[in-house]
Design a protein around this ligand. Structure first.
Ligand code: CTP
Ligand code: CA
Length: 283
């Protein structure tokens, strides 16, 4: 499929796209994973390149060739995906989280292959992974607060760590201050380049994807708000829809705007609709 006739409306913009699905090791040979193939994320990366963007593609376990013109970072686990996305997000204008991120990982990773025995196997306990998309939204909100922009929300997760790209690691749900005095308005880790009002406050546009099997729109709207993103692409999964197919149908929920319906068609068409909406928010 030849990509042509596209506006160069993302020229000079840095975008980060995550694609594929993360895997969480149970033992050296087994993992918890999902059915994502990375097709939608790769379509987003290709179309963004075609529209002039500088693209970083963070690919989790994708068996597809690297899209021409994109910088590709290959990762396996959610921890690796998170590190790569936050690093790249530090200087990005747009982040699109198209990856299917494992919600849970085994609480412990066995160093040796689990052997079959005569008895029943031990249960595998799981623990929650950090929510990367929510973290991006929260970091932006915090950075905006530091830069003196208006803050939305209640400040529950206040000053929970360093800015994107600082390399700091935070566990999920650790709401602790790592520096600064509560209420003094200082983030423990400054966002690189946040020079006060008008400075960088994180990606200007954050896009999430939502895989829903039921109550698709209601769940999607709640997710958009919970994660603090600007756009949320909601598609119905299961029954042969979306995963591993070249086509997709979706509703794009827009913060502060009307939803946009994208009829069943090539994943590139959905990608272009996303970039149309992103470009409109950037200009
Ligand atoms: N996501 C993320 N980190 C996670 C889980 C999800 O960044 N640990 C991102 C996905 O990349 C996607 C969006 O959040 O862009 C929504 O993912 P989804 O699985 O639909 O939402 P969850 O919040 O995990 O809710 P649930 O699976 O319970 O519906
Ligand atoms: Ca999930």
């Amino acid at each position: 499929r030849v990509l042509r006739g596209r506006p160069r409306d993302l020229a000079g913009r840095k975008v980060v796209v995550s694609a594929g699905g993360t895997r969480e090791a149970i033992d050296p040979v087994r993992y918890i994973g999902n059915r994502s193939t990375g097709l939608q994320g790769y379509a987003l990366a290709r179309t963004a390149v075609a529209r002039g963007a500088e693209v970083t593609l963070v690919a989790a376990n994708v068996a597809l060739p690297d899209p021409a013109g994109a910088r590709v970072v290959r990762v396996e686990s959610t921890a690796e995906l998170r590190a790569a996305v936050l690093e790249a997000a530090g200087s990005a204008d747009v982040v699109v989280m198209a990856a299917a991120v494992a919600d849970f990982r085994p609480a412990t990773r066995r160093d040796e292959k689990i052997k079959k025995t005569d008895g029943e196997p031990d249960p595998i306990y799981v623990t929650k992974n950090p929510d990367i998309l929510a973290e991006l939204g929260e970091r932006r909100r915090q950075a905006a607060a530091v830069a003196g922009h208006s803050v939305v929300g209640s400040g529950d997760g206040a000053s929970r760590g360093a800015g994107p790209g600082s390399g700091a690691e935070l566990g999920p749900g650790d709401g602790a201050l790592t520096g600064g005095i509560p209420g003094d308005g200082v983030l423990a880790g400054e966002v690189p380049g946040s020079g006060g009002v008008g400075g960088r406050v994180g990606p200007r546009v954050i896009v999430g994807f939502a895989a829903e099997t039921h109550d698709v729109l209601a769940n999607g709207r709640a997710k958009l708000e919970r994660k603090g993103c600007d756009l949320l692409v909601v598609n119905k999964v299961g029954e042969g829809l979306a995963f591993g197919t070249p086509d997709n149908a979706a509703t794009v929920l827009v913060a502060g705007g009307d939803p946009v319906e994208v009829p069943l068609g090539p994943k590139e068409d959905l990608a272009d609709t996303v970039w149309d909406l992103v470009a409109a928010r950037l200009s």
